[in-house]
Design a binder for this molecule. Structure first.
Ligand code: UDP
Ligand code: MG
Length: 151
């Protein structure tokens, strides 16, 4: 079984709108294993690293002020194909294209307030986990429901 980790982050609008519990529940219920979770106030330097591919984009200043506007909820979830499935659970980047049943499709309307982040590759997931969490904040533990989630 190919176990993978992904970095999922609830953005300031998701935290302010009280969606942390709902989003955590979706990943838990699906069978993914929570390995880290914290509320965190990001700063500009961290966000410039996290969004290093987007700094030249026209929307970057708005993205930066959005992401600085309040605390985010940082998480690591582990499981089979966690990166791709995590992106599916989030829905399309633009909520106008996100299907109902996805997090963005259920809770958001515009791209600049799209509730959540999810890594787009296993390689980027590992980079993002290292960027947002310190040593000791990510916990690897024996999940007793594993035998009931995987064959
Ligand atoms: N974004 C935006 N306008 C755009 C494209 C992206 O405000 O036209 C924001 C949006 O919050 C998005 C984030 O920038 O989630 C990162 O963009 P990316 O293309 O990486 O989308 P994601 O990986 O978050 O789906
Ligand atoms: Mg992205």
């Amino acid at each position: 079984m190919e176990m993978e980790r992904t970095y999922i982050m609830i953005k300031p609008d998701g935290v302010q709108r009280g969606l942390v519990g709902n989003i955590v529940q979706r990943f838990e219920q699906r069978g993914y294993q929570l390995q880290a979770l914290k509320l965190f106030q990001a700063d500009e330097a961290l966000l410039r690293q996290h969004y290093c591919d987007l700094v030249e984009k026209k929307f970057f200043p708005d993205l930066l002020s959005y992401m600085l506007s309040g605390p985010v909820c940082c998480m690591v979830w582990q499981g089979e194909n966690a990166v791709k499935m995590g992106r599916q659970m989030l829905g399309a980047t633009n909520p106008q294209e996100s299907l109902p049943g996805t997090i963005r499709g259920d809770f958001s309307i515009v791209v600049g307030r799209n509730i959540c982040h999810g890594s787009d590759s296993a390689e980027n997931a590992e980079k993002e986990i290292a960027l947002w969490f310190k040593d000791g904040e990510v916990v690897s533990w024996e999940d007793h429901s594993k035998a009931w989630v995987y064959e």
